[in-house]
Design a protein around this ligand. Structure first.
Ligand code: MF3
Ligand code: CO
Ligand code: CO
Length: 250
């Protein structure tokens, strides 16, 4: 069952969403060769607590850290650790904040130093895929319209869309219905309605779409070990169209 939010509830979600977005702005200054993903985790954790919020990933279904850090061929759910970033890496930082009982979820892929052409390409395609997905999200459209818009763009760019992980409804819970697939057919799937709040978060691979889960139970990597990139926003649907809730205010 999709939990439709009132305009008051959407207002109440704004601080959590803005804090998550502000966290990404804050962390960008630290993304450079030599920093470890553990250090990124500590900085995100402390910033979240300082702002009166809780990092949603910490202990979520056993996830051991406060943020997901996914480097190069890691698709999503990378666990922060001692490994240091190198120039030429790409890293997705996925922040989810809980503030006043509401969740805000957003992620961004950053360049570490100067990106090589394929890193730039997959990052740019994933950024634009999210933008195109948001543009397709409005009352009266369907989930399939969003998925189709994303998939057709990404494949026209000779990249691929990960199938196993998707966007999701969000609110008092981290992951609510509906599942928001990043592929699909126009007109198929649930009709979108004002008051729906969900994420769009296409994972785009420069190579093949296939992924595998590592033995730690979390880290998802591309099977062909080629680069993957992702951007995510939490959006709210109004009669007039989609609003990005995870916009920074700093
Ligand atoms: N933030 C991720 C998402 O976009 C979910 C991470 S679950 C975690 O849905 F446990 F790994 F944090
Ligand atoms: Co999400
Ligand atoms: Co996320």
């Amino acid at each position: 069952m999709v939990r439709i939010k009132t305009s008051e509830e959407i207002e109440a979600m704004r601080p959590a969403c803005q804090l998550a977005a502000n966290t990404l702005v804050m962390i960008e200054a630290y993304i450079r060769p030599g920093i470890s993903t553990d250090e990124i985790n500590t900085i995100v954790h402390d910033y979240t607590i300082k702002h009166g919020a809780t990092p949603a990933p910490l202990n979520y279904r056993g996830f051991p850290k406060s943020v997901c850090t996914s480097v190069n061929h890691v698709v999503c759910h990378g666990i922060p650790g001692p490994k240091k970033l190198n120039s030429g890496d790409i890293i997705n930082v996925d922040v989810t904040s809980i503030l006043n009982g509401w969740h805000g979820d957003t992620s961004k892929t950053f360049f570490v130093g100067e990106p090589r052409p394929r890193a730039r390409k997959v990052t740019e395609v994933s950024r634009k895929a999210l933008e195109i997905g948001i543009a397709a999200a409005r009352p009266g459209a369907t989930l399939g319209d969003i998925g189709h818009a994303i998939q057709s763009y990404v494949e026209a760019e000779k990249c691929s869309v990960v199938r196993e992980y998707c966007g999701h409804g969000i609110g008092r819970e981290f992951h609510e219905e509906p599942q928001v697939l990043h592929y699909g057919n126009p007109g198929e799937g649930m009709e979108l309605k004002a008051g729906m709040v969900f994420t769009i978060e296409p994972m785009v691979n420069i190579g093949k779409a296939a992924v595998k889960l590592l033995g730690d139970g979390w880290t998802v990597v591309t099977r062909d070990k080629a680069l993957s990139a992702q951007f995510e926003h939490t959006i709210a649907l109004h009669e007039g169209g989609a609003e990005i809730l995870t916009s920074a205010t700093v």
